[in-house]
Design a protein around this ligand. Structure first.
Ligand code: C5P
Length: 259
């Protein structure tokens, strides 16, 4: 394998310099973290599944005209994406009360919200990604008001589409996190959806049983993390029936052959 320059290593991904200028390779790791890195672990095969699930969702979002960074999946753990300048804001969309919203406002988890709600957090691990308002974002120059208007509009559109995408596979999209980045075209910034969309950054509940099919299984020590991620991939038709273990078997087989 040719040596590539590593640009950044995050909690769940490594970024390498891509083959052409303006491209990046995203490598999906099996590492899982929660509560701002206080809990660490490994979910075997998570990277392979998230790579596939994220590819699927990005491709579908592309079909409805959402501009995004995804170019193509390269192999089981890597995808080629456009290099962007990340907007340091995590955009959270919520349809149902859960997680920090439920805690902060004393709401019972599972309460449907009157409408989709957007929240913004400043991306800073040392500060624990604090919740911020639009005025903070503009005041500290993290993004302009115009950019935030476009980002928010896109985020709600993505939510509408993803609610349908998941409801078709009997999953309730409770909440999720998005990130956006800028590319510069003739000195003008253009916003693209970036990062990944996978059960790591979404709350996904089975419509009938409310069973959690996302990273809350890891965060809350519920067990069955791999099976939950596999179930999401299986329902999307990304894992052939009965081939649950093949994803990893295939990866190991390829590794042995040195590919
Ligand atoms: O923890 P909280 O309830 O604020 O999370 C809301 C949603 O955003 C969840 O789906 C969670 O997975 C996602 N999230 C994330 N990365 C963060 C914070 C939240 O993916 N740093």
């Amino acid at each position: 394998m040719t040596r590539r320059r590593q640009i950044y290593e995050g909690k769940a991904k490594i970024l390498y310099e891509g083959p052409e200028p303006g491209t990046i390779i995203q490598y999906f790791k099996d590492d899982a973290t929660a509560f701002n890195n206080q809990k660490k672990g490994t979910i075997n095969g998570k990277g392979v599944l998230n790579n596939r699930i994220s590819e699927h969702i990005y491709t579908r979002l592309g079909h409805i005209g959402i501009p995004h960074h995804f170019i193509r999946r390269l192999n089981m753990r890597e995808q080629l994406v456009r290099q962007v300048e990340i907007v340091p804001i995590e955009v959270i969309i919520r349809n149902v009360a859960a997680g920090t919203l439920a805690k902060r406002l004393g709401l019972e988890e599972g309460t449907p919200l009157p409408r989709a709600l957007v929240e913004y957090c400043y991306k800073d691990d040392a500060l624990g990604d604090p919740l911020v308002g639009e005025d903070h974002i503009e005041c500290f120059g993290w993004a302009s008001n115009e950019e935030m208007r476009d980002i928010t509009e896109m985020a709600f559109r993505i939510n509408d589409f993803m609610c349908g995408l998941f409801s078709a596979i009997n999953i309730r999209l409770v909440d999720f996190k998005l990130e956006f980045g800028r590319v510069w075209e003739n000195e003008y910034p253009r916003l693209l959806l970036a990062d990944e969309i996978s059960p790591d950054g979404c709350r996904l509940w089975d419509m009938e049983s409310d069973e959690k099919l996302d990273k809350d299984r890891f965060r809350r020590d519920l067990g069955g993390e791999v099976e939950a991620y596999q179930e999401v991939a299986r329902r999307f038709g990304l894992l052939p029936e009965g081939a649950e273990n093949e994803v990893l078997d295939l990866e190991q087989h390829r590794k042995k052959r040195g590919k």
